[in-house]
Design a protein around this ligand. Structure first.
Ligand SMILES: C[S@@+](CC[C@H](N)C(=O)[O-])C[C@H]1O[C@@H](n2cnc3c(N)ncnc32)[C@H](O)[C@@H]1O
Length: 272
């Protein structure tokens, strides 16, 4: 386990993932019934962008740094929350900010330091459970929730070569246990083959109502660089397909480097 999110917090891929995550949370909390959120690979919860890891890569400057300087309207809820929270919020802090009384969040994190940071952050919070357990295993153990409504965020580090396959298997397993849940799974796009394999596996899995949103900051040709990323959503809430293109366009406008092959897409993988 070498991956530490602190080096990458607030980069273009985080802005993409967290901007869409916030839209999903706002859509889910429009109805009054309580929700349960499972964050299978939660990270440390919040990140100091002035600290050494973030400064060493400087990735945040090409991401949230630009959005804080000049916030496009479709990303205003997300950037507003980042401003309000102070430290750069990871997915647990973003989710926590949107929970209402009666909603719950469960976070899984295996890295000892990041797990300890999460534990400290939510030590006195009865609505948040922090688990030092394998997020893939939690898709079986913690689902379905008693609420029968909610969101499962799957955001692995893609360190292991089989992580795309694990994601396809994990999504299917989670969906069998919680068929009405909204599942959102982030994936990197370095070159095309791995993400194409994932999308084909999901399209052929029998799951219904699946879309994926993608953003490329350049053509996905160099497998050594993060050229883009995607968020695959099972059971997208009402108006996801109508409203997310404006978020994707705003992200590309602010975070793209005007390189050849940049773009966005919203692809339906399986009908309802
Ligand atoms: C991409 S980061 C998560 C970032 C976080 N979701 C966010 O958006 O702020 C992936 C995290 O998964 C953790 N991790 C790796 N393998 C795991 C596993 N099998 N179960 C739970 N956590 C794991 C890593 O330590 C790392 O902190």
């Amino acid at each position: 386990m070498n991956y530490r999110h602190a080096f990458h917090a607030g980069n273009f891929a985080d802005c993409f993932k967290h901007g869409l995550l916030l839209w999903l949370l706002d859509a889910l909390t429009r109805k009054s019934a309580p929700i349960f959120v499972l964050d299978t690979h939660a990270g440390a919860g919040a990140y100091d962008l002035a600290a050494a890891p973030a400064e060493r890569t400087g990735e945040w400057r090409g991401g949230i740094g630009r959005l804080l300087d000049d916030t496009p309207e479709p990303l205003a809820p997300y950037v507003g929350l980042v401003r309000q929270l102070g430290l750069y919020p990871g997915s647990p802090a973003l989710v926590r900010a949107r929970l209402r009384p009666g909603d719950r969040l469960a976070c899984c994190e295996l890295h000892p330091e990041d797990h300890a940071a999460l534990r400290r952050r939510f030590a006195r919070d009865p609505q948040v459970g922090v688990h030092r357990r394998d997020g893939w295993e939690a898709l079986g153990a913690l689902l379905p929730p008693a609420e029968r409504r909610g969101l499962v965020l799957i955001d692995p580090p893609y360190e292991a070569p089989d992580e795309f396959d694990r994601l396809a298997r994990g999504l299917r397993a989670g969906h069998v246990r919680f068929p009405s849940g909204v599942f959102a799974a982030w994936y990197p796009i370095k070159h095309r083959a791995p993400s194409r394999g994932l999308l084909n596996a999901v399209a052929e899995s029998g799951m219904r109502d699946v879309v994926t949103a993608e953003l490329w900051v350049r053509a996905p040709l160099d497998p050594g660089r993060l050229n883009g990323c995607g968020l695959l959503v099972v059971n997208p809430p009402f108006r996801f397909a109508e409203e997310t293109p404006a978020i994707l366009a705003a992200l590309l406008d602010r975070l793209g480097e005007r390189e050849t092959g940049e773009g966005t897409a919203l692809i339906r993988l399986a009908d309802e």
